[in-house]
Design a protein around this ligand. Structure first.
Ligand SMILES: *Cc1c(COP(=O)(O)O)cnc(C)c1O
Length: 389
């Protein structure tokens, strides 16, 4: 055995001993509240398909139509000959939907952030980042080689101090709009005000807000009634939008710059046109089936009421992400296992995805769930809590 495989084998063994080894499960069939996982049927609260669109007949039909008109592959990068007319239509529709001058489509959210940050900031500049930001914002910041300053979660006061002391060239604040493991919102109004006071820019990653928050799901900026030329809005299209991909919207000059310089846009094959076709169907549904957001809000209130008396902390969240923090890694796994025995699938999330000592169940609700299904989840968690006390 080589030294490399020996060392890595030992590291894997360590992960196993710390109950940190992750496992993929085989899912059969389409996404929905009932999932076939490793051959057994579960009631699942694990997906980011917050509006239940991932297998919606209108999206499936639009994907078929896109397939018929455009074939499968885009065959080259967008800047060579891969920019399909349907992506041009989608970018205009996305910009209109979020109320910004222009939008640029990326193949996914991770790639978007890896491309946007190095295009906007470099050596001599500073990126200010919330402690709980998603991994791809952190990686994008590292790739930029700008100075990287982390501020405590949602701590606008500390961020203001950091900005006040900064003598750097460009100042770029980056934040999740809705935090992916806690479900809370960034203080976007305060962040925009700081940008104006300190001549800084704000990039909002709204992976969990787009489609869910704001009128017709126009996102967390719309939810708070905010707009500013200093803000770039990044939304992903594989979660509430039910398909795949991402986009960034904002000032037309900045978007043109990203088109020229974001390396994950320039040097990658354009996405399959059939996905854009499905996404245009999503945008129509967001504007015609607003009952989805309303039903989701109802389920959130039902869950919060149902879990109020537990010995664990349900984090304060008005979004589809409801985190039940139990603390200990093994306890989180045991709770997950008990629910699984009851036929319910809720993922346990452990470090390094969340800070040490805050292992949790990440319950994600979807408009596709029924109130009966949420009642089943509440009953199973309460029964597990009683048995584990
Ligand atoms: C999921 C997620 C991403 C990555 O988006 P993909 O399209 O899945 O690559 C980026 N940011 C946040 C906050 C996310 O939760």
């Amino acid at each position: 055995m080589s030294k490399l495989t020996h060392d890595i084998g030992a590291q894997l063994q360590q992960l196993k001993e710390q109950a940190l080894l992750r496992q993929r499960r085989i899912v059969d069939g389409p996404q929905g509240p009932l999932l076939s996982i490793d051959g057994r049927q579960y009631l699942a609260f694990s997906s980011n398909d917050y509006l239940g669109l991932a297998n919606h007949p209108a999206l499936v039909a639009a994907a078929h139509e896109g397939l018929r008109r455009f074939g499968v592959g885009a065959a080259s990068s967008a800047l060579i000959s891969g920019h399909s007319s349907i992506y041009e239509t989608l970018e205009v529709a996305l910009a209109n939907f979020v109320g910004m001058p222009r939008a640029l489509h990326f193949s996914n959210g991770y790639m978007a952030n890896l491309g946007i940050l190095p295009a906007l900031a470099g050596p001599g500049d500073t990126i200010f980042s919330d402690r709980l930001n998603h991994a791809c914002l952190i990686d994008g910041a590292r790739l930029s080689r700008a100075e990287f300053r982390v501020y405590p979660h949602n701590d606008v006061g500390r961020l203001a101090q950091q900005l006040g002391k900064s003598r750097s060239g460009r100042k770029l604040i980056v934040t999740d709009g809705v935090f992916s493991m806690d479900g809370d919102l960034a203080p976007l109004a305060e962040l925009v005000a700081l940008c104006e006071r300190h001549d800084a820019w704000l990039l909002v990653d709204d992976a969990h807000g787009f489609g869910v928050l704001g009128p017709q799901g126009r996102g967390s900026l719309a939810h708070l009634g905010l707009s500013s030329p200093r803000v770039l809005y990044m939304g992903t299209l594989g979660k509430a939008a039910g398909v795949a991909g991402a986009f960034v919207a904002g000032d037309a000059v900045l978007i043109e710059w990203l088109l020229q310089r974001a390396r994950t846009y320039v040097f990658t094959t354009a996405s399959p046109p059939l996905l854009a076709s499905a996404l245009l169907a999503t945008l129509t549904l967001l504007q015609t089936e607003t009952w989805r957001q309303q039903h989701l809000r109802q389920l959130i209130a039902q869950l919060q009421n149902g879990l109020a008396g537990l010995p664990w902390t349900l984090l304060d969240s008005e979004t589809a992400i409801q985190a039940l923090v139990v603390g200990n890694n093994q306890l989180a796994l045991d709770l997950m296992a008990r629910l699984r025995e009851a036929g319910i699938w809720v993922p346990a999330i452990r470090p390094p995805t969340v800070p040490k000592g805050t292992a949790r169940l990440r319950i994600s609700l979807s408009a596709a769930h029924s109130t009966d299904q949420v009642a089943q989840l509440i009953a199973a968690i309460c029964a597990a809590a009683a048995a584990m006390a």
